[in-house]
Design a protein around this ligand. Structure first.
Ligand code: NAP
Length: 274
């Protein structure tokens, strides 16, 4: 017998409360809006004090929250304890993140600390504050990066996403006995405000190394996040899911294959593609 309600691709979300961080725009907003459309009660959070216009016409609740501020998390947990009225919190999406596009030799200590404070400590504080409100069937989704699976040049950002992987596995192990799941997704190059500022050379190289030969969209990340929050993923915990058009899977081999193909007589080329 299946535990999954076949009528819904995302069972277990309607009427349940989910917190999404860094949700003023980009992937966070896409996640909050999708979850809202699936019937979840979404608490979207970000740095700004005003409810972002992107939530016009939705039921999404907006709340200012700096993920690196422990007091903000404590206050959110206290308020949620009231509004949930004993019902467990369904999910937490640690989506907030900042990048710093500098190589190791050019990375200042202050920038390293700033990136870690948001990308790693922010997620850790969120889990510590909200896990006590969770129960069997609750789900934590951390938003990592393809950078966290590679040696991407952005030293602080890359290292922070590797650390976030470790935090995810610790959470999955520690909270597993309580029936709480923890997973991490690794977006590749997704068109958002964060990547708007990416160097053109990085954009071109990313495209050349991505087997699906295009960038991703926020909706292509939010659908996977919603799946991991839902009961359709009831036995998925401690997993790492790249959402990157096979960028990390190919591991640069696409570049090699394309170069070989470009310099190889056409009579031989089909064997490369077969
Ligand atoms: P984004 O549009 O810049 O979204 C990140 C959000 O986090 C922004 O709204 C940002 O607010 C907010 N934020 C920054 N510091 C915060 C803090 N201390 N507390 C709360 N919120 C904070 O970028 P995105 O692409 O949607 O990124 C979402 C997640 O995906 C991040 O974790 C990022 O590392 C990851 N990711 C993105 C890509 C990509 O290609 N876009 C690839 C891999 C991984 P401000 O705008 O005010 O700073």
């Amino acid at each position: 017998m299946s535990d999954v309600d076949a009528a819904s691709g995302y069972p277990g979300l309607p009427g349940r409360t989910v917190v999404v961080t860094g949700a003023a725009g980009g992937q966070g907003a896409a996640e909050a809006i999708l979850l809202d459309s699936l019937g979840a009660r979404v608490v979207a959070t970000d740095l700004g004090s005003d409810r972002p216009a992107v939530y016009e016409g939705t039921h999404v609740t907006y709340r200012p929250l700096d993920v690196s501020n422990e007091d903000h998390w404590t206050a959110l947990a206290a308020d949620l304890a009231q509004t949930l009225g004993g019902e467990p919190l369904k999910g937490l999406v640690n989506n907030a993140g900042i990048t710093h596009r500098a190589r190791l030799g050019q990375t200042a200590r202050a920038d390293w600390d700033r990136v870690f404070a948001v990308n790693v400590t922010g997620a850790m504080l969120g889990i510590q504050a909200l896990a006590p409100l969770m129960a069997r069937g609750s789900s934590i989704v951390n938003v990592g990066s393809a950078a966290g699976l590679t040696a991407h040049y952005t030293a602080a950002y890359t290292s922070s996403k590797w650390a976030l992987r470790g935090l995810t596995h610790v959470a999955a192990t520690e909270y597993g006995p309580r029936g709480i799941r923890a997973n991490i997704v690794h977006p590749g190059f997704i068109e958002t405000p964060m990547t708007d500022a990416a160097p053109q050379a990085m954009r071109e190289a990313q495209l050349a190394l991505t087997p699906l030969e295009r960038m991703g969209h926020p909706g292509e990340v939010s659908s996977v996040v919603a799946f991991l929050l839902s009961d359709a993923a009831a036995y998925v915990s401690g997993a790492e899911i790249p959402i990157d058009g096979a960028f990390t899977s190919s591991s640069g081999v696409k570049y090699m294959a394309d170069r070989i193909a470009a310099g190889t007589p056409s009579a031989v080329r089909p064997s490369l593609e077969g």
